[in-house]
Write a protein that binds this ligand. Structure first.
Ligand code: 3PG
Ligand code: MN
Ligand code: MN
Length: 558
C-alpha cells in the first residue's frame, strides 16, 4: 500500500459496511437551518428535495455545527466560512485556523521573531512598508484588530514609512460599515504620525471589484488593484480615504467600490509600491489573496500587464498555497492540514470526481484537500471546473451554474468511472452575499433542483448520497437583536445581512445503496463538519483513522 514518509494510508475495512458503492457528496454552500420566516430564503423558496430529506427519515437527517470552535475559529461568535468549513469536511479533524494562529503569533510576539518579519524588516530603513488587505472585523479573510497590532508592532520595530492599501468589505460585515473601519484606521495612523511614523492610507477599493478575485475567475479585478496599489493609478483620486469611501458609496456598496488612490497637494499618489519597499498581504485566508500573491511574487507572469514590477520584499500573513509554496515568505505558518480524507481515499482505491463552478471550484478541491492545489493521484481523480459568469453580481443570475454542476455530477455518477462524486453548489451563498432576498430565493430553488438531479442519478445506480453544507447564509438575510427580531437602521430600513451566520447546517444520508440499519448516532449531539469525513469513509466501506473526529453514523442490527 502506498504511503508517504512514515504515514501508512491503508484504511481498515469497516466491519459492517460494504465497499464499492457510488457515493455523491453534495455541499450546499451557505445553507444553514434557521426559523422559518420571510427572511429565511431557504424556507421561502420551493425546495422539495431538501424538504423531503428533512421530513422523510428522522434518523438520517440531522443538524451539525459549522461555526466557531467546531471549525477551528478563535471564538464561538465566529461565523463559519468556506475555507474552514471545507477544511474540516475534507480533513476530518479540527485545526486551529489562520485567524487563530495569527492571534496567537501577535499575542506572543512570535510573529516578529520569524523569518518572514525579519525579511521584510530589512526594508524598513530605506523603504516603505505596504500593508494590503481586507479592512473589517469579519474574521473570514482578515481582522482589523490584527492589522492594528501589526501596524503598532512594525512601527515599534523600525518601520518609518507605512502605507495601507484597504479593501472595503460589506460582505462578511454589514454594508456601509466600511466608513467606520476606515475612520478607526485613520485614527490609528494619525497616532503613529504623532510618534513620528509617516503612516497613511495609500489606496482602496471594494473587495469584489478590486484585488480579491479567486480561482482566476477575473484577472481584471486583480489588475485594478495592482494599478492602484503598485502603480499609484486609479480613476478616482482623493486627498483623504474617509472622504473617498463616503463619496464612492454614493454609487456603489462597500463590496464594489471602484479603485481609488490617495494623492498629495500636487495630485501625486502618496504610496505607490517601488523598488526597495516591503509588502505584506494581511489576509490570512488564501483563496482571495493567491492571485495577488502570484502577481507580486512571480517573475514569469502573463495574466495582465504589470507595467512596472518593483523589486520588493514580499510576505503573506500566511503561506497561502502549501503545494505552490506561495508566497515563499510569510509571517505566520499556516495550519498543517495533512492526511486529508481525499488523500486516504485515493490510496484505498476510491476514484473521485469533484466539480463546481469557478467561484467555488477550489472549495471542493483546494480547501477540501487541506489548502493544497492539484491532484493526489491524477489516475484516480478528475476535477471539473465549470466557468462562472464574469463581471456580474450573482443576484443578476441567481441560478448560476447549479444545473450544469448537477448535470456534470449526474454524468459522472452514471459513467461508473467514479466511486465518489463530490460537488459544491454555490447559489445560497453567492447570491446570499448580495443581500438580495428575492434573488436568493431563486438561488435556493436552483440549488435544490441540482440536488434532485444528483439524487436521481444515485437512485438509478443504487448508490448513496450525503448532502450537507459548509455554513449558514441564505437561511437568514437580516440582522437581528438577541431575541431574533429583525433590526432596522436609523432610517427605519431593514438591516440586510450579507454575511454568513452561526447557524448549524443540515446533513442527510440515504439512497438505495445505504445498508439497512445505517442511521445517525444519537450519542454525538455536538457533531460538526469535521465529523463528516469519517462518516463518508464508513460509507465507502472503511474505518476512519483513529485521530479523525468520530463518525456520525452507526449500523443498527435489524
Ligand atoms: O470570500 C467570500 O466570498 C466571503 O468572504 C466568504 O464566503 P465563503 O467563505 O463562502 O467563500
Ligand atoms: Mn461557503
Ligand atoms: Mn460565502
Amino acid at each position: 500500500m502506498a504511503s508517504s514518509g512514515q504515514v501508512s494510508f491503508k484504511l481498515e475495512d469497516h466491519p459492517k459496511l460494504p465497499k464499492g458503492k457510488r457515493i455523491a457528496v453534495v455541499v450546499l454552500d451557505g445553507w444553514g437551518e434557521y426559523k422559518p420566516d420571510q427572511y429565511n430564503c431557504i424556507h421561502v423558496a420551493q425546495t422539495p428535495t431538501m424538504d423531503s430529506l428533512k421530513q422523510g427519515a428522522p434518523d438520517r437527517w440531522r443538524l451539525i455545527r459549522a461555526h466557531g470552535n467546531s471549525v477551528g475559529l478563535p471564538t464561538e461568535d465566529d461565523m463559519g466560512n468556506s475555507e474552514v468549513g471545507h477544511n474540516a469536511l475534507g480533513a476530518g479533524r479540527i485545526f486551529a485556523q489562520g485567524a487563530k494562529l495569527v492571534d496567537l503569533a501577535l499575542a506572543s510576539g512570535k510573529i516578529y521573531d520569524g523569518e518572514g518579519f525579519k525579511y521584510i524588516s530589512e526594508s524598513f530603513e530605506k523603504g516603505t512598508l505596504h500593508l494590503i488587505g481586507l479592512l473589517s472585523d469579519g474574521g473570514v479573510h482578515s481582522r482589523l484588530d490584527q492589522l492594528q497590532l501589526l501596524l503598532k508592532g512594525a512601527s515599534e520595530r523600525g518601520a518609518k514609512r507605512i502605507r495601507v492599501h484597504v479593501l472595503t468589505d460589506g460582505r462578511d460585515v454589514l454594508d456601509g460599515s466600511s466608513v467606520g473601519f476606515v475612520e478607526i484606521l485613520e485614527n490609528d495612523l494619525a497616532k503613529l504620525r504623532g510618534k513620528g511614523v509617516d503612516a497613511r492610507i495609500a489606496s482602496g477599493g471594494g473587495r469584489m471589484y478590486v484585488t480579491m478575485d479567486r480561482y482566476e475567475n477575473d484577472w481584471d479585478v486583480v489588475k485594478r488593484g495592482w494599478d492602484a496599489q503598485v502603480l499609484g493609478e486609479a480613476p478616482h483620486k482623493f486627498k483623504n480615504a474617509i472622504e473617498a469611501v463616503k463619496k464612492l458609496r454614493e454609487n456603489a456598496n462597500d463590496q464594489y467600490l471602484p479603485p481609488f488612490v490617495i494623492v498629495d497637494d500636487n495630485n501625486k499618489a502618496v504610496g505607490p509600491i517601488v523598488d526597495g519597499d516591503a509588502v505584506v498581504t494581511i489576509n490570512f485566508r488564501a483563496d482571495r489573496m493567491v492571485m495577488l500573491a502570484k502577481a507580486l511574487e512571480y517573475q514569469d507572469f502573463n495574466k495582465f500587464d504589470r507595467v512596472r514590477v518593483p523589486k520588493i520584499r514580499y510576505a503573506g500573513m500566511l503561506q497561502y498555497d502549501g503545494e505552490l509554496k506561495l508566497p515563499s515568505c510569510y509571517l505566520v505558518s499556516p495550519p498543517e492540514i495533512d492526511r486529508t480524507s481525499g488523500e486516504y481515499l485515493v490510496h484505498n482505491g476510491v476514484r473521485t470526481f469533484a466539480c463546481s463552478e469557478t467561484v467555488k471550484f477550489g472549495h471542493v478541491t483546494f480547501f477540501w484537500n487541506g489548502n493544497r492545489s492539484g491532484y493526489f493521484n491524477p489516475q484516480m481523480e478528475e476535477y471539473v471546473e465549470i466557468p462562472s459568469d464574469v463581471g456580474i453580481t450573482f443576484n443578476v443570475q441567481p441560478k448560476m451554474k447549479a444545473l450544469e454542476i448537477g448535470e456534470k455530477a449526474r454524468d459522472a455518477i452514471l459513467s461508473g468511472k467514479f466511486d465518489q462524486v463530490r460537488v459544491n453548489i454555490p447559489n445560497g451563498d453567492m447570491v446570499g452575499h448580495t443581500g438580495d432576498i428575492e434573488a436568493t430565493v431563486v438561488a435556493c430553488k436552483a440549488a435544490d433542483e441540482a440536488v434532485k438531479m444528483i439524487l436521481d442519478a444515485i437512485e438509478q445506480v443504487g448508490g448513496i448520497y450525503i448532502v450537507t453544507a459548509d455554513h449558514g447564509n441564505a437561511e437568514d438575510m437580516v440582522k437581528r437583536n438577541k431575541s431574533g427580531e429583525p433590526l432596522l437602521d436609523k432610517n427605519g430600513d431593514l438591516q440586510i445581512l450579507t454575511s454568513h451566520t452561526c447557524q448549524p447546517v443540515p446533513i442527510a444520508i440515504g439512497g438505495p445503496g445505504l445498508a439497512p440499519g445505517v442511521r445517525f448516532r444519537s450519542d454525538a449531539p455536538n457533531g460538526g463538519l469535521a465529523n463528516v469525513a469519517a462518516t463518508v469513509m464508513n460509507l465507502h466501506g472503511f474505518v476512519a483513522p483513529n485521530d479523525y473526529e468520530t463518525t456520525l453514523i452507526e449500523v443498527a442490527d435489524n
